[in-house]
Design a protein around this ligand. Sequence first.
Ligand code: SF4
Ligand code: MG
Length: 299
Amino acid sequence: MNAILQPHQHFNKVDFKPKDYKDEKTPSFWCAGCGHYGVLTGLLRALAELGVDPNHLVSVSGIGCSSRLPYFVNSYKMHTLHGRAGPVATGVHLARPDLAVVVTGGDGDGFSIGGGHMPHLARKNINITYILMDNHVYGLTKGQCSPTSREEMKAAVTPYGGMEEPLDPILYMLTYGATYVAQAFAGNAKLGAQLIKEGMEHKGFSFINLLSQCPSFNELDTALSFRSACDQVDTAHDISDRNAAMQVVNKAKQEGRIPTGLLYKSERPALHERMAELVKRVGGTKDYDLRKIIDLARP
Ligand code: SF4
Ligand code: MG
């Protein structure tokens, strides 16, 4: 592993327009009015602003409507198992820390099926960007409550409303130590692009929650309701203060509002840097033999 290599070295390498990052072979095929189009627009703009070489870009997803997104991006891509995009992206990143790795996925994929992985992506400070496409519903399976659904949402298998408190992905990520935490409405592609760009430039785990309407299966959270509930975080907010970020979110929740923008950012060593340091400390990789571990593991 080379500790010097970073994704940033592949930034500003090409002069592409956003449309050049769209995979021409695969037209995007979400429902009309789906918020995920806004996420894709924001991502393509961010990639163009970064000038990242598509040959050094990997898009990874799990399963769900949102997890189709890598098909539409001019990059290497992996459409993996339900909830497993994070671990797969971790493997890609540790094998090639010089590549820019972007994970996209839904609220169910990330925080229910893949919920056990999320704290570890954050606490390990893995140098990848995770874009949550949060529509508060399972869309691909035609409308069930997800971990972020409102309690009162009536869905296919909860016709009288849900019974569970929704989870807040932002509070979750702040709690577990993500070093870049941001939020926007997916329809605000300008802000989405800015936050994704800064997240990709950030060294460490960057998490961006993009609130994205599902007009087919969630009648409560529409483009209009998301847009009208969003407030840009105050310019006086101290982004280096994790407690302050939590307070901003909690206060907004009490008022039925959604804080948007960059909420938290901090610096600490990323996992690939720690691994490079460890390899150096033990004298390099020349004597490293995986078979020794496998042999030790045998009864
Ligand atoms: Fe988008 Fe919902 Fe249609 Fe899925 S079902 S493509 S999330 S609008
Ligand atoms: Mg969803």
